[in-house]
Design a protein around this ligand. Structure first.
Ligand code: FNR
Length: 222
């Protein structure tokens, strides 16, 4: 009799533990979904071309429409930022102060870079340099990032993106690696109004943004 009671007690305990573990798992899943729903991710998109008909600006416009649920892609236009001069870094132009504020407010950065002579455009590098100064006050520090780019060439800014990654490493930024969004032969992928019409490229951008959002949530607020 005592043995039977003991066996029943043990199976009761086992069932109790199993049920509790199941409930805990459900609770954890629910709370993680709740946290994700509560924390909108703000992505700041920066395109490195000033050209009116720029494919990179057009790609960034597409990204603003393709942001996943729970995230937004805002843009910052680089027009009007003067060439960097270290004499001015303690008292930067208003547009640079605004850029640094927008970077700091964002949870993640999306760089959309052209390829000029196998590297990023001077316009983009100039903006990166301004926002990294003065020493110890870089707005980029610790930010999650993603990179994409459009060129009229055959390998869609691969070399420029590679250079940009090197710069981001020094800035202590954390770019995601996949997918690579290399928009080659851009003239075939946008219509006359600058709308991105190429379906596979749109899919790539959606995946890039989703990965960036997941990454930004994983490495925490900045
Ligand atoms: C280019 N372009 C170019 N394309 C490329 O694939 N690899 C390169 O190294 C270069 N180099 C380059 C240098 C300079 C100074 C210019 C102006 C252009 C062509 C470039 O991909 C094309 O002009 C894009 O349209 C530029 O991007 P936006 O302005 O359309 O965004």
């Amino acid at each position: 009799m005592a043995v039977t009671t003991f066996v029943s007690f043990v199976s009761f305990c086992k069932k109790f533990l199993r049920d509790s573990a199941g409930k805990l798992r459900k609770l954890r899943r629910f709370s993680s979904i709740a946290v994700q729903m509560e924390t909108p991710i703000r992505i700041l998109g920066i395109a490195g071309s000033l050209r009116r008909g720029s494919y990179n600006r057009a790609a960034l416009r597409a990204a603003t429409e393709l942001a996943p649920p729970g995230a937004t892609v805002e843009t910052f236009e680089l027009d009007g930022i003067p060439p960097f001069n270290q004499d001015e870094e303690q008292n930067p132009p208003a547009k640079v102060t605004e850029l640094k504020r927008r970077i700091r407010e964002a949870n993640a950065i999306l760089f959309v870079t052209p390829e000029y002579n196998w590297s990023v455009s001077g316009v983009l590098k100039n903006a990166i340099d301004w926002a990294s100064r003065p020493h110890g006050d870089s707005a980029w520090n610790g930010k999650p990032a993603a990179i994409m780019g459009a060129s009229t060439g055959a390998i869609g800014t691969a070399r420029a993106q590679n250079h940009l990654r090197q710069v981001l490493m020094y800035l202590n930024m954390f770019p995601i690696n996949q997918p690579e969004v290399l928009i080659s032969r851009a003239m075939d992928r946008f219509d006359q109004e600058g709308k991105l019409t190429d379906a596979p490229t749109r899919e790539h951008i959606i995946r890039l943004l989703q990965n960036l959002v997941d990454w930004a949530r994983r490495i925490g607020p900045k």
